[in-house]
Ligand binder design. Structure first.
Ligand SMILES: *Cc1c(COP(=O)(O)O)cnc(C)c1O
Length: 367
């Protein structure tokens, strides 16, 4: 039997990609803000319903660059329940992460716990729309406004997610996206930053190209995090099929929910009212006592049958050696996140899953 992976990249049509490569070859412009780069930035801004997009070579560098652009220092309040890149971006900027627990119904940072973590050194909040579930953005902004803090959203999972018709990417000061091969929308490796005004877009475009303003002026110590023309072309083609891919993922989610609804000890989240979800992940939570076996036992049972779920996000970021010693990393400070990390399995979730794949997976969970 074939292996069922947790994710599978959305790939453009090879002939169409070849035609675009031909154009790039003929132009001899293979990187540095070429035609495809500009076209993809415009196409993404339109698709995502945001004013400005700046492309990056991956989804970690826009996080690092956003912190640089806003001169964030001292302490930043963030979530332990994410991919390590969120916290690493702070560490690379010499910023101390302060972990705050999450909400049980979304997995996102709990706004009610943020104020208690603010100190005179706090300069920003870095929340994550984990699994593409929207954070409580109004509550987070109210706290940020009250204390004069910046808000940078790690929206790596939130491509295309909208609340009441508005993109979640418009919240806060900036949002960042990842277009890694494992994400809903991919450019193989890639990413982007979303910002609200032309001046910030300009500044970011300088920063991602060593700080160059023109041939002779360097306005800041920038980095190199540009996307090349080939991946921008690939991205333009994938943008045409991302809606179909999300629709296919939605059908998988519906089937999982229907089948797992009444399984004792297995819980999952339903759609939130008013939210356009992207079905980027399908986390289930295993209650050891009620389900009758541990999360890990189920995880390895799936694995033995070539079904590769993932324990996203276990271990918590706060449990990795770099961060473990921080006072805010103590498990007693993070009971909800600790429990979620111990119960979660992300089931296979992608556009290419067959009915057979889905039933094979479900049959191992429902006994
Ligand atoms: C994937 C991911 C990133 C990093 O993106 P890369 O493109 O792999 O650098 C950052 N944050 C979160 C939450 C992610 O899932």
């Amino acid at each position: 039997m074939s292996t069922i992976t947790v994710t599978s990249p959305l790939l453009p049509d090879l002939d169409e990609f070849h035609a675009m490569l031909q154009e790039i070859w003929e132009s001899r412009r293979i990187t540095n803000n070429g035609t495809f780069h500009r076209r993809l930035e415009e196409a993404l801004a339109a698709y995502l319903k945001v004013p400005y997009v700046s492309l990056f070579t991956n989804g970690t560098l826009p996080l690092i660059t956003a912190l640089q652009a806003l001169h964030i220092s001292g302490e930043v309040i963030t979530t332990p329940y994410s991919f390590v890149a969120t916290t690493h971006a702070l560490w690379w900027n010499d910023i101390r992460p302060v972990f705050v627990d999450i909400e049980p119904h979304t997995g996102c940072i709990d706004p009610e716990r943020i104020e208690a973590a603010i100190t005179p050194k706090t300069t920003a909040i870095m929340p994550v729309h984990v699994y593409g579930k929207p954070c409580n953005m109004d509550a987070i902004q109210a706290i940020a406004d009250k204390y004069g803090l910046r808000v940078i959203y790690d929206a790596a999972h939130a491509f295309g997610v909208e609340v009441n018709g508005e993109s979640v990417l418009n919240a806060g000061d900036m949002s960042t996206l990842s277009f890694h091969a494992t994400k809903v929308y991919n450019t193989i490796e890639g990413g982007a930053m979303v910002m609200h005004d032309a001046a910030m877009k300009q500044r970011i475009d300088y920063l991602k190209n060593f700080g160059f303003k023109n041939e002779v002026e360097v306005v800041a110590p920038g980095i190199n995090s540009k996307m090349d023309e080939m991946r921008a072309a690939y991205g333009l083609l994938n943008l045409r099929q991302v809606d179909d891919s999300i629709a296919a993922r939605r059908r998988v989610a519906m089937r999982y929910r229907e089948a797992l609804r009444n399984v004792e000890g297995i819980t999952f989240w339903d759609d939130m009212p008013g939210v356009r979800h992207n079905y980027s992940y399908f986390p289930i939570f295993v209650d050891e006592k009620r389900y009758g076996c541990t999360r890990d036992a189920l995880y390895f049972r799936l694995k033995e049958h070539d079904i590769l779920g993932r324990r996203y996000f276990y271990p918590l970021i706060s449990n990795f050696s770099t961060y473990r010693g921080l006072p805010s990393a103590a498990p007693e400070n993070l009971p909800v996140a600790t429990k979620m990390a111990n119960e979660v399995i992300c089931l296979p979730m992608h556009h290419a899953l067959t009915d057979d794949d889905i039933e094979r997976t479900l049959n191992l969970i429902i006994r």
